[in-house]
Design a protein. Structure first.
Length: 132
């Protein structure tokens, strides 16, 4: 099975390849839309195929990397309408998020991916950033 965080890594690698002189013959929109194969209308899951879907198994780093990938693509509405409510299920206390919805461990690597995603989302979303 494929997992969400590694799908994001691959998609970002392809994006970087194209942006730095790689082939332009690839329909990046189709590549990016692969992320949505990990979701229903409003919930993202850790693994693909669908028979492995369990919301409580999605890891924080997957949500963080997903927020980053969607932010780079300016898919801010997807984050605001769907992922923000899913992210709230990871919240423990200010600055503390669970490893998974069903696992209260706190892991720095997981938080680092969330910080990457949220910082890119806030900085690149004109409605939220203060770039003056």
């Amino acid at each position: 099975p494929n997992d969400l965080v590694h799908a994001c890594y691959v998609i970002e690698g392809i994006r970087d390849f194209q942006e730095h002189g790689g082939t332009k013959n690839l329909n990046f929109s189709s590549v990016h839309n692969h992320l949505f194969s990990f979701s229903t209308a409003s919930i993202f899951f850790e693994h693909y195929p669908k028979n492995l879907w369990q919301e409580e198994r999605v890891r924080l780093w997957s949500i963080g990397m997903l927020i980053y990938s969607l932010s780079v693509n300016h898919d801010f509405e997807e984050i605001e309408q769907n992922i923000s409510s899913q992210l709230s299920k990871f919240y423990l206390s200010p600055g503390q998020y669970r490893f998974r919805i069903d696992d209260d461990r706190i892991m720095i690597r997981q938080h680092a991916h969330l910080i990457l995603g949220l910082s890119y989302f806030i900085y690149n979303n004109d409605r939220l950033s203060n770039k003056n």
